[in-house]
Design a protein around this ligand. Structure first.
Ligand code: NAD
Length: 241
């Protein structure tokens, strides 16, 4: 559990920062009611016919689109979720000109819903979908209002614009994330186990000196000189100005 002294130390670093970057994951949205993957009550602790890593892979999507869509609609879509204090604070810091980008592994669109403009979505978004044959775009509503495998009017299968296991990350998004990290003077990492690569490796591009980690439990990767606040990110972020 974090201490008040750590909150003060983090607050001072944030106060001084002029170009912060936030790097986050599923833990940022648990306080909005969206389960993460690796917590005790996360998706990976529940039992399915196939393990979630397998269902969320490119091969599985191609072979068993019916099963994929069933799991995806049941477990990955939270269209009514609302941003929490962490999303809102990041949007506020961007408006104030202190934060230059949010780099997220999340696919829920909650940073944008909170008002953040520069959001680099490493793993895509459930709000966008496209036909694997003709490329036509479909909104999230098309997925929600259909049953079974969503098909395009051309007959092709529609795929959510989320990066599945075995798929590469978008090169332009990666490049933009690296640039932001290289120029940042403070990196805040939050709500991520730092277990998913290549996303987790990106933090090595950070060019500044100060890193704050806000997470329930220590993430997989350690770095010296990091200020670690162990706790809920929404609760902690609401303590900062
Ligand atoms: P993860 O599940 O591996 O790790 C989440 C981390 O956040 C854990 O260390 C957990 O202890 C911590 N955490 C949970 N609630 C927290 C809170 N309120 N405050 C602070 N920390 C909290 O998630 P990951 O590292 O993002 O990697 C999993 C992958 O799953 C990502 O690629 C992501 O795309 C995807 N995912 C996204 C969503 C979403 O969009 N909301 C949800 C589930 C999974």
């Amino acid at each position: 559990m974090y201490t008040e002294k750590e909150i003060l130390q983090a607050g001072e670093l944030i106060e001084k920062a002029r170009r912060m970057v936030f790097f986050g994951g599923a833990g940022v949205s648990t306080e909005s009611g969206i389960p993460d993957f690796r917590s005790q009550d996360g998706l990976y602790s529940q039992k399915y016919k196939y393990p979630p890593e397998q269902i969320l892979s490119h091969t599985f999507f191609e072979r068993y689109p019916e099963e994929f869509y069933k799991f995806y609609r049941d477990k990955m879509l939270f269209p009514n979720a609302e941003p929490n204090a962490a999303h809102r604070k990041l949007a506020q810091w961007e408006r104030e000109g202190k934060l230059s980008a949010v780099i997220t592994q999340n696919i829920d669109g909650l940073h944008q819903k909170a008002g953040s403009k520069r959001v680099l979505e490493l793993h895509g978004s459930v709000w966008r979908n496209h036909c694997t044959r003709c490329g036509k775009s479909y909104p999230l509503e098309a997925v929600l209002e259909s049953t079974g495998v969503l098909r395009c009017e051309c007959g092709g299968i529609v795929k959510p614009d989320v990066v599945l296991y075995e798929e590469p990350l978008d090169g332009a998004v990666l490049e933009a994330a690296v640039k932001e990290l290289e120029r940042a003077d403070l990196l805040i990492i939050g709500g991520t186990s730092l277990n998913v690569y290549p996303a987790a490796g990106l933090i090595d591009y950070f060019g500044g000196n100060n890193i704050i980690v806000v997470n329930k439990g220590e993430p997989a990767r350690r770095r010296n000189g990091v200020l670690f606040l162990d706790g809920k990110i929404g609760e902690i972020f609401s303590k900062f100005d």
